[in-house]
Design a protein around this ligand. Sequence first.
Ligand code: GDP
Ligand code: MN
Length: 389
Amino acid sequence: MKIHEFQAKEVFSSFGIPVPPGKVAATPAEARDAARALGLPVVVKAQIYAGGRGKAGGVRLVESAEEAESAAAAMLDRPLVTHQTGPEGRIVKRVLVENASDIEQEVYLGITIDRARRAPVVMASPAGGVEIEEIARKTPERIFKEWASPQIGLRPFQAHRLADRLGLNAKTTRAVAAVITNLYRAFAETDCTLAEINPLAIVSDGAALAIDAKLNLDDNALFRHPDLASLRDPNEISDLELEAGKYNLNYIKLDGNVGCLVNGAGLAMATMDLIGLAGASPANFLDVGGGANEEMIEHGFDILLSDSDVEAVFINIFGGILRCDILARGIVAATRHRDFDLPVVIRLEGTNVEEGRRILAESGLGFRSASTLSEAAALVAQAVSKEAA
Ligand code: GDP
Ligand code: MN
């Protein structure tokens, strides 16, 4: 789960990381009042889950309260398109108004899980800011790394060694090492998959200040952080994902054109790989889990078909606890109340498979059955390439 910049800054602040004073505003008038209360100049920052706002007009430095008001008016209730949002962008519902900082240098700090090393990796670069992706691609040697022990955490000498490599003066090096230590504590104690400060601003008196803040929380550990879980912003979650959540289904939107209905995350991954191997790509996947009932399947299939990118459907079910006949009834029920002419490829195995196949065959709908996974993937790839032709 992601949270907004202003929320991540509150978390950072509670871990002793310095952040600029700021206020959240939902209207241009609130932004004007916030600017007056904070003192000028201020930056007005669009609050969306995606990054890349600076380059897209979502971060504006202004000198007066009136300018803060008009900057907020230009952002609020409109989509902001950045290189991370996709072409439709994200509607801005709030802006963060913050005291502007006099930045001398922008440092990058980030912590994530290095799966290959099975340990958190702490990264730092003296070349932070909006071009960090470019730096990572072209001069990756300018990003320094330390790996923390999952048991012991990041040792103090590691934080200092990392800060030392940034080429800053002694006072600033100490300040940055303290931020690294606190960022690691925030990462570990709130169960993050990513904690990032880009930029960490080095300001004129040599202090370090988190200008931007990103925290991605591990969904599997959210139950330990009810206060953070409650920050979930429905405005940032697609309607279909929200709808799926209501029925306890796991729906993930992707950017291809094959809709996938599967049971189990492992099977979902294997299914997507096979679709890729066959030369197509998934529009989404809907994981109905192990113990879905007919109603859940019906709603799930309905959600999957509501995705306008879907040009063909791949149903890949290994019925264990989920019986194939229940699955088939749910699918037939979902297709009953909508015009339905998409090609559907089904690969069904497991409990009550004969009954499931019979229900689908007698439904009068044009399902194509496949007996193996790779045959099914080839069929569905063929179906989308025909649609495209
Ligand atoms: P992002 O583009 O979504 O990552 O948004 P950021 O919060 O990182 O802001 C983008 C860029 O705007 C930063 O890298 C800074 O260069 C600039 N910026 C943001 N806040 C300030 C500020 O208070 N003062 C100055 N001078 N620049 C700022
Ligand atoms: Mn940033």
